[in-house]
Design a protein around this ligand. Structure first.
Ligand code: 4AD
Ligand code: MG
Length: 431
């Protein structure tokens, strides 16, 4: 008999099938046992009736330990109450591995304990749902960019230059040279955009940030589109369409997962382009009106500022035109002002913070050279990047979306540590 998966069961009602599964929980009495089974594709209940299976199989089922692995042979029957609309009438149980004393029991555990057991914690219903939503965001990302004529490009992870400043770099030796783990693939993506027009990347990025907040990871994944001949305004339009697309895709394709997480769907259903825009200048004025006296023009926003701004909207909001001194060296100046740049951060609703940072890029050679010098960057390491301004430079824009913050927002989970399979945090490299 072929082994099938739980999500395929609705097509097998009335048949006897065999599944490979783990026991996530069980209840039993003298005559009947209810096995909560999971196989990665979903969860299903198996009913074991002593009179049907006989003494031997029934006592085996009754003695099963949580997270033991099994082959279960059973008839698939309809059951409207369950997530896939089916239940299993168990005929036989074969134990593959008896898991004794599984550490994560149905009782409550502290965060540190769960984080130490992340390799097992991933099996829980909540974590399963978050990983499925992460996967759907990745799938719909590729769908969106491929539908719109972008080419997927993979920038290097080991680099000799840094786009986002030099303080948060992970350093390593590259034989006799110095190398850094990539904080962003952007500069390479700019080179790729000059070759392929519209490109996007999806890969891990690393920041040695000493931040211990619910929004910061040391290793996180970024989606970085870069677009030749696209200027600031058009880039914002692509960003809002992209974010709307992934939210609507999760709503459509992950209803069971959103329900399991208790996500308020009405908040997600509203997320449709266009998104509101507010300039940095107006955001500062607004914060002063709200009584924030800890921030002045020229300062970067902290989490409480972003949250206060986002609270005015039930959509993500773009904050545009930041002061040039608090942004990266490569950002194109405003055409009429030399103190602000053509950039935007996209702030998610409900306090999830900045999910996108992006800008139009400088393409004038002299200006780029000046900015590299102003930022005390090692010119030799940026020689190739300056070539892009020399040989057929064009206006172009790009942005980076932080995957884990986006998963946190769409799933409604409090902390980014639950949005990546094995989080790398300040003070955590295990497991
Ligand atoms: O705003 P950032 O630093 O922008 C860049 O790196 C640009 N080079 C991207 C580009 O234009 N191609 O980072 C982009 C996004 C942030 O908006 C945030 O969502 C996420 O990456 N991010 C982090 N996520 C988790 N943990 C961290 N430590 C993060 N730092 C940034
Ligand atoms: Mg940023």
């Amino acid at each position: 008999m072929k082994t099938i998966m739980i999500h395929e069961m609705p097509d097998h009602v009335g048949e006897t099938v065999r599944i490979g599964a783990w026991l996530s929980n069980k209840r039993s009495s003298g005559k009947i046992a209810f096995l909560q089974l999971r196989d990665g594709s979903g969860f299903v209940q198996g009913v074991v009736v002593k009179e049907v299976v006989g003494e031997e199989v029934f006592s085996k089922a009754k003695s099963l330990h949580q997270e033991s692995s099994l082959y279960v042979t059973a008839e698939v029957t309809e059951d409207e109450r369950s997530s896939f609309g089916v239940e299993l009438q168990v005929k036989d149980v074969e134990i593959i591995n008896d898991a004794v004393d599984y550490p994560i029991t149905p009782k409550e555990h502290g965060t540190e304990f769960l984080m130490d057991h992340r390799h097992l914690w991933l099996r829980s219903r909540k974590q399963h749902a978050v990983m499925k939503i992460r996967d759907e965001i990745i799938r719909s990302t590729y769908e969106f960019f491929h539908m719109n004529g972008f080419v997927k490009i993979d920038p290097p992870i080991l680099t000799g230059s840094s786009p986002e400043g030099t303080t948060e770099l992970f350093h390593t030796k590259y034989f006799d040279e110095d190398a850094y783990l990539s904080q962003s693939g952007q500069l390479y993506m700019e080179a790729a955009a000059m070759a392929l027009g519209k490109v996007f990347s999806f890969g891990p990025t690393f920041r040695a940030e000493k931040s211990k907040t619910r929004r910061h990871l040391i290793e996180f994944w970024m989606i970085e589109p870069e677009m030749a001949f696209v200027q600031h305004e058009e880039s914002l339009e692509i960003q809002e369409q992209y974010v709307s697309h992934i939210v609507q895709s999760v709503l459509q394709n992950c209803p069971l997962e959103l329900e399991r997480l208790g996500r308020d769907l009405s908040k997600l259903e509203k997320i449709q382009a266009p998104f509101p825009r507010i300039t940095y200048d107006d955001a500062i004025k607004f914060l002063h009106e709200k009584g924030f006296d800890d921030i002045e023009w020229g300062d970067d926003f902290g989490a409480p500022h972003e949250t206060a701004i986002a609270e005015n909207f039930d959509m993500p909001v773009f904050i545009t035109h930041y002061p040039k001194d608090i942004k990266s060296f490569y950002m194109q100046p405003h055409p009429d002002r030399d103190d602000v740049v053509l950039c935007a951060d996209l702030i998610a609703p409900e306090g999830y913070g900045e999910i996108i940072g992006g800008s139009e890029r400088i393409y004038d050679y002299e200006l780029m050279k000046q900015r590299i010098q102003d930022h005390n960057l090692d010119e030799a390491a940026y020689e190739w990047y300056l070539d892009l301004c020399k040989y057929g430079a064009v206006p172009h824009s790009g942005f980076g979306l932080g995957l884990e913050r986006t998963v946190a927002w769409i799933s409604g989970v409090e902390h980014v540590r639950e949005t990546i399979p094995f989080p790398r945090l300040l003070n955590r490299l295990y497991p």
